[in-house]
Design a protein around this ligand. Structure first.
Ligand code: IMP
Length: 429
């Protein structure tokens, strides 16, 4: 959907059954929360597999990496007693998010969409991808190792940026060139040992039969081509992005898990057909602790949007659905589910392409009876309260994909695994 569904938890849970976990898109805009007992881990750039001993975490060529953020994340885990060492591989082809990208993200928010804010995470994601697409001034990890005159190039880039930012946004404080050079020297000093040709590494892994799990950074409805443009991020967020972003053949994906919540949320601007701007929406936000992992912003909340989810599942070729936060809806007398949209007198089963029409869509909501707190104690799908079970079945039939994972709480143990995922996790244990 629009992200924040709980990919971090699912990847962490399944990672033990895999040899490598690979990030293929996005950057520090992602926020993946993992609870291990009472300990909370918030990951932004590191693939969630990093929390599992022996699992190799790969940051692929399609990721835009803020080296400062990555170094902080590594330092945070090291301070908690984890050793990273050989467990992390960073693609030599991945681009660096520089301080001027974050500055540009901030400045462009005022004007980029005709004065309307996109509500980005201001992590420099869009400007870094744009730089890459323009093919002027992008810095890659390989350059840290192999470009002798990189410092001179950085100085020229910063000079040029100062002119562009002044012309476009009237910004009269040029980016600090020394700060940018520091980023480069720090990254070289701290991250060089992790940089490699990850495509070669993954090819060797595939040939020797190792199992790979690819972790998307952002929701499918934030996809640059298929999402609610322009209120999207700047990469191919779905499974279609795996091949290009990770540098693996498109034929290697066997199963695709679409991760969705039992309701819908969105952070940042953009159309959100089932949004509840009332006490019900507030209650979902409070019960689900719906505040952004990356920015702390309150998330917009609404009923489950089966139209949007069906569209995502179709584009992503979801073989499996993971329905998260079923426990968050505990205590509601009735729970809504959007089965279709109504727009200009027409009933729609597929979201329209443009935001203008999407903004005019009204949800057709059907209500199902709610369930209670006991949902948190279920450990198999058959142990769910009957109303909760019926709700999951309703999602399954409306979306048209098998729900093989249901989450009933933040803990690893509060996950009902079916579809063979139980065996993947057990074998790992
Ligand atoms: P950007 O990726 O920072 O450019 O932000 C573009 C849009 O995507 C904004 O609406 C963000 O709130 C949203 N976004 C980006 N990454 C995530 C994520 O991991 N979770 C939820 N929303 C995200």
């Amino acid at each position: 959907m629009w992200g924040d569904e709980g990919k971090g938890k699912i990847v962490d849970l399944l990672a033990g059954g895999f040899d490598c976990v690979v990030r293929y898109n996005g950057g520090a805009n992602a926020g993946h929360t993992v609870w291990i007992g009472p300990e909370k881990f918030a990951l932004h750039l590191l693939p969630a597999g990093i929390l599992r001993t022996g699992v190799v975490a790969v940051i692929g060529p399609g990721v835009v990496v803020d080296p400062q953020a990555l170094m902080e994340e590594i330092a945070g885990l090291t301070a908690r007693g984890m050793k990273i060492g050989d467990q992390l591989k960073i693609s030599s082809r991945a681009h660096l998010v520089m301080p001027y990208h974050k500055l540009e993200d901030q400045l462009s928010e005022g004007v980029a969409s005709g004065g309307q804010k996109l509500g980005t995470t201001v992590r420099g994601i869009g400007p870094c991808y744009a730089e890459k697409a323009r093919r002027s001034g992008g810095i890659r990890f390989d350059d840290l190792l192999n470009e002798p005159a990189l410092a001179d190039r950085v100085r020229r880039i910063v000079e040029n940026k100062a002119k562009v930012l002044a012309a476009l946004y009237g910004h009269d404080q040029p980016p600090d060139v020394e700060a940018c050079l520091h980023v480069i020297t720090d990254a070289r000093a701290s991250l060089s040992g992790y940089i490699c040709d990850t495509t070669q590494y993954l090819d060797d892994a595939i040939r020797s039969g190792r199992r790979l799990l690819f972790e998307g950074a952002n929701g499918l409805l934030l996809d640059i081509d298929h999402g609610t443009f322009p209120f999207v991020t700047s990469s191919s967020t779905g499974p279609a992005g795996v091949a290009s972003g990770a540098g693996v053949p498109p034929t290697i994906l066997r199963r695709t898990i679409g991760v969705t919540k039992a309701y819908s949320t969105r952070v940042g601007s953009g159309p959100f057909v089932t949004e509840l701007s009332d006490a019900v929406g507030d209650r979902i936000r409070e019960q689900g602790h719906e505040y952004g992992t990356t920015t702390g912003r309150p998330r917009r909340c609404g009923w489950f949007d089966a139209v949007a989810c069906r569209y995502s599942a179709r584009l992503g070729g979801a073989t499996d659905l993971a329905v998260m936060h079923l426990d968050t809806l505990a205590g509601f007398e009735r729970v809504g589910i959007c089965t279709a949209y109504e727009c200009d007198g027409e009933r729609l089963d597929v979201p329209p392409a443009g935001v203008a029409r999407l903004e005019r869509c009204r949800p057709v909501i059907e209500y199902l009876p709610g369930w209670g707190d006991e949902v948190r104690d279920a450990r198999t799908r058959s142990q769910l309260p009957p109303n909760a079970r019926a709700y999951v079945e309703c999602i399954e039939s409306l979306v048209g994909a098998a729900v093989t994972i249901v989450s009933v709480g933040p803990e690893r143990s509060q996950t009902l695994l079916g579809g063979g995922w139980d065996r993947v996790v057990q074998d790992a244990a």
